[in-house]
Design a protein around this ligand. Structure first.
Ligand SMILES: *[C@@H]1O[C@H](CO)[C@@H](O)[C@H](O)[C@H]1NC(C)=O
Ligand SMILES: *[C@@H]1O[C@H](CO)[C@@H](O)[C@H](O)[C@H]1NC(C)=O
Length: 337
């Protein structure tokens, strides 16, 4: 059979070939750009890998994270943005397992209900930032240890200590990590209320400088000077953002959230995606609203200053759910000094 190629067929074949080549070319360029970005990221964050296999495995995760972030930001239709950060070569599962640490199921708090002394608090300013009142220490970094519960409890205690005693002292998470073991599980998770109970029983907590953070659990040191005290703690009525506002108007408040959507958060008002599977503890240190009326909570995290807005996140306030966005109103509490 004689095959005669007329001009149309040739042109058609070249078009297919050309399209295929340019697709392949742009795919190769995209891949090369990704490899380059991963290399730069490794330098920036001082990351090294065991071997080439681990590097390739981490590169694939980094690429997926970066593509997700770029597509999210390109859509440009949300009230917050995402960016590459120090967690960008971890999967969401790995990240949540190593950098959160709020345990509701295994850890049990000894007290189930408390009174709420701010229930008649009617004077609530329209916005508030405890940082501007000097009641918030610098953002800390829990690293690869699931003890967010200690950081959240300490931030709330630092706040009430400043409000009641007039001095802001950075307090020791490590003391809680090492010594608050009744119902808490060190780097494997715990509850702020169990930490408050330890501090009450222990008649105080020492300072960060006396007992520095080690990113791992060690032996409990008992000969430290106790620089701050609390008398008790109270729970904010569950699923009630009005009550939460009454409390935050008087002091920073420890809360638990579902952190599944915030690994790459870099700014703006976070309004999801998340559920109400509480897995992380943070501290509300203020609130406000944007000019368009969007209300937010101002929240201190413990993932360092390079995450989020200098270590903070704004989360939508009075979202369409009784539990609050990401369950933030489900388990809030604060110490009383
Ligand atoms: C934002 O845009 C993306 C892509 O166009 C779309 O899939 C998504 O549903 C949009 N989200 C909202 C909240 O409008
Ligand atoms: C709030 O007001 C009610 C009614 O006056 C009162 O019974 C209650 O004790 C008050 N709560 C607090 C914490 O002061």
């Amino acid at each position: 059979m004689a095959l005669t190629l007329n001009t149309n067929v040739i042109v058609f074949l070249f078009m297919i070939l050309g399209t295929w080549a340019s697709l392949a070319m742009s795919r190769t360029l995209h891949e090369a750009a990704m490899v380059e970005k991963h290399e730069q990221w490794m330098v920036q964050h001082g990351r090294t890998y065991e071997d080439q296999a681990e590097k390739e495995m981490r590169f694939e995760i980094f690429k997926q994270n970066l593509e997700f972030i770029e597509n999210f930001n390109k859509a440009g239709n949300r009230s917050y943005s995402l960016s590459i950060n120090q967690f960008s070569d971890l999967t969401d599962e790995e990240f949540l397992a190593s950098h959160t640490g709020y345990k509701l199921i295994h850890a049990q708090s000894r007290i189930s209900t408390t009174s709420f002394s701010y229930e008649n608090q009617t004077e609530v300013p329209s916005s508030l930032n405890w940082r501007e009142q000097g009641a918030v220490t610098d953002v800390k970094d829990q690293g690869s240890c699931g003890c967010c519960w200690a950081f959240s409890a300490v931030a709330a205690m630092e706040g009430i200590t400043k409000i009641k005693k007039g001095t802001l002292i950075s307090l020791s998470e490590q003391q809680l990590l090492d010594c608050s073991t009744n119902g808490n599980y060190g780097c494997n998770g715990g509850l702020m209320n169990n930490a408050f109970e330890y501090i009450i029983d222990n008649q105080g907590l020492t300072s960060e400088s006396n007992y520095e953070y080690q990113e791992m659990q060690g032996n409990c040191q008992t000969q430290m000077e106790l620089v701050a005290q609390i008398q008790s703690y109270q729970k904010v009525p569950r699923n009630n953002e009005e009550a939460l506002l009454q409390a935050v108007a008087k002091q920073p408040v420890s809360i638990a959230i579902d952190a599944s959507g915030i690994k790459s958060y870099s700014g703006g008002i976070f309004d999801g995606d998340c559920g109400t599977n509480l897995n992380h503890a943070v501290t509300i240190i203020g609130y406000g609203s944007e000019t368009d009326g969007t209300e937010f909570w101002l929240i201190k995290n413990s993932w360092g200053e390079t995450w989020g807005e200098d270590g903070y996140i704004k989360m939508k306030r009075n979202a369409d759910a009784a539990e609050g966005l990401c369950g933030l109103a489900m388990d809030a509490s604060y110490p009383i000094a």
